[in-house]
Design a protein around this ligand. Structure first.
Ligand SMILES: Cc1cc2nc3c(=O)[nH]c(=O)nc-3n(C[C@H](O)[C@H](O)[C@H](O)COP(=O)(O)OP(=O)(O)OC[C@H]3O[C@@H](n4cnc5c(N)ncnc54)[C@H](O)[C@@H]3O)c2cc1C
Ligand SMILES: NC(=O)c1ccc[n+]([C@@H]2O[C@H](COP(=O)([O-])OP(=O)(O)OC[C@H]3O[C@@H](n4cnc5c(N)ncnc54)[C@H](O)[C@@H]3O)[C@@H](O)[C@H]2O)c1
Length: 476
């Protein structure tokens, strides 16, 4: 694309980027000759850096340390957690993150000559006759852009019964900056965020109650994993499943009471809502440029990141099937390359259909890629399945592990993996070779026998699971 170059008119730009999460990652030297407007209504850097992946995992690490100490007795070491200095943990996390955020913002605001950063909410207000798109910020700026990249992310869903109650609640946006560790945290939701924060707060000393709407925690995981995690969580936390919240109220001395349809009342001193996240697409007035949202309220995109309105693109949580940072960053790389090629170019880069892995950093850790067993059956595949316990391999013995497992699912016809699901220590690391094999089409048997597996490392659980599949075996 040819740039308009720096002009005196800041309000006409080549590219407008809405959102500075993954939206901030692709404006680099390739864009140096293009005039760019960037909009951020919240904290610069978006969800992952400020209120998502990064701080949660820093808290998770502290929680892991506490758990390791608590579990040390079975290895012949007597130790105990004497005190958790919550304020120090918060300060360690945000003492690291806040300067990165400030540095990133400063770079865009003061050290990127072709970029103008607007610290305000922006919306579409239609298009011009010559095909440019018009944007208006809450603070009153009007910008006209040749191309627009929507990277506006998602926000927490707040169930009506909680929103209407007037009772104070937290989300991932603020729960990591609480002044004090709650005595008893009630979590509404049974997915990723619930599982991770239950581990964090539980390990650091809070009582935790989890209230989930469905019958299993982490219900989108493979059934074996979800069942195992639900069992483990029930041992550790106060878990209410198939639960419907009917009322939320606050009593004297800060006691919050959550009533469930079956008559149960759950009380605590803090309430965390972790009931899913919804695309911010509905806040952008996309109808003014003729774009209807899809049936899940997301910005519709094709396989190249194009929104059905000329020269508008989208990436990340606002439009993606997956609310994951590695997906948002990858989509940003694709869209970043395509914007430069131009909307109608015949050499656009496609997102493609690489398998999408994910991990839940709870305790034990969980990682998965590809189809669940039931989805593989539903897809009509003829599959072979093997579940290998961590306790079957040497490193699992070393850890005295009793709950970890690795489940591999392969297509008998092609001999390729179609799904891998792991629960146990280091699960997100253990699974990575399987992600690579699935991405590059390596057959399961070749993967198992065609390479050395370091002995006695944890990935031997994956090696053994692969060898247990009912597939023709190589001789050696
Ligand atoms: C608690 C938590 C933990 C997570 N942990 C992980 C993890 O471990 N691994 C993982 O892969 N994923 C994780 N995720 C998901 C990951 O954070 C998201 O998938 C990713 O950050 C999405 O990036 P994005 O750029 O699409 O959106 P965001 O990072 O949310 O960026 C969108 C930005 O747009 C801004 N914006 C929105 N509308 C407007 C507007 N109209 N005008 C101006 N600005 C606007 C927002 O303020 C925001 O800063 C986690 C999420 C949460 C909530
Ligand atoms: N490690 C990671 O990669 C990571 C971590 C956190 C979040 N995320 C991303 O963020 C997304 C959002 O996380 P999340 O945990 O909020 O959503 P989620 O979709 O994972 O889970 C939401 C859960 O809340 C339950 N729920 C919904 N409404 C409810 C209600 N009224 N009462 C009780 N339960 C209710 C649902 O049944 C579901 O179990 C995730 O899907 C994931 O993509 C990723």
């Amino acid at each position: 694309m040819t740039g308009s170059g720096p002009t005196s008119d800041d309000t006409v730009v080549d590219v407008a980027v809405i959102g500075t999460g993954s939206g901030n990652t692709f404006i680099d030297d390739r864009y140096a000759d293009l005039r760019v407007a960037m909009f951020e209504k919240g904290v610069f850097g978006g969800t992952c850096l400020n209120v998502g992946c990064i701080p949660t995992k820093m808290f998770v690490y502290a929680a892991e340390v506490a758990e390791t100490i608590r579990e040390s007795e079975r290895y012949g070491i007597d130790a105990s957690v004497n005190k958790v200095r919550w304020r120090d943990i918060v300060n360690r996390v945000f003492g690291r993150i806040d300067p990165i955020t400030a540095g990133g913002e400063d770079y865009r605001a003061h050290r990127s000559p072709n970029v103008t950063l607007y610290r305000s909410e922006v919306r579409f207000v239609g298009s011009t006759d010559d095909g440019y798109h018009r944007l208006r910020t809450e603070s009153g700026d009007e910008i006209t852009a040749k191309q627009v990249v929507i990277a506006a992310g998602s926000r927490p869903v707040i169930p009506d019964v909680i929103a209407r109650s007037g009772v104070p609640f937290h989300t991932n946006d603020d729960v990591m900056r609480l002044a004090e560790l709650p005595e008893h945290l009630i979590i509404v939701g049974g997915g990723y965020i619930a599982a991770e924060f239950a581990h964090v707060f539980g390990s650091l000393g809070s009582e935790v109650s989890i209230i989930g709407r469905s019958g299993r925690l982490l219900r989108t995981q493979d059934e074996t994993i979800s069942d195992r995690f639900t069992e483990i969580a029930r041992d550790r936390f106060d878990v209410h499943l198939d639960a419907q919240v009917t009322q939320v109220s606050q009593r004297d001395e800060g006691v919050i009471a959550v009533s469930l349809a079956d008559g149960t009342e759950v009380t605590g001193d803090a309430l965390l809502v972790a009931a899913g996240r919804i695309s911010n697409a509905d806040t952008l007035d996309l109808s003014t440029i003729g774009v209807e949202l899809d049936d899940r309220g997301r910005v519709p995109v094709d396989g190249y990141g194009r929104v059905p309105s000329s020269n508008v693109w989208a990436l990340g949580d606002v439009s993606s099937d997956h609310q994951l940072k590695h997906v948002a960053n990858y989509e940003a790389r694709v869209v970043g390359a395509n914007v430069l090629r131009g909307w109608d170019a015949d050499d656009l880069v496609a997102f493609g259909d690489r398998p999408v892995p994910s991990a839940v950093f709870t305790h034990p850790q969980i990682a998965s890629v590809g189809l669940t067993e039931s989805a593989a059956h539903d897809a009509g595949l003829d599959i072979t399945v093997k579940v290998q316990d961590y306790g079957d391999v040497a490193y699992g013995w070393a850890m005295e592990d009793t709950t970890g497992l690795c489940k591999v699912i392969a297509d008998r016809r092609s001999g390729r993996l179609v799904g891998v699901h792991v629960i146990g220590p280091q699960a997100p690391t253990v699974i990575q070779p399987a992600i690579q094999a699935m991405t590059f089409g390596l057959p399961a048997e070749e993967m198992a026998r065609g390479q050395y597996w370091i002995h006695p490392a944890m990935p031997e659980v994956l090696e053994n699971a692969l060898l247990g599949l009912d597939l023709p075996k190589p001789e050696v």
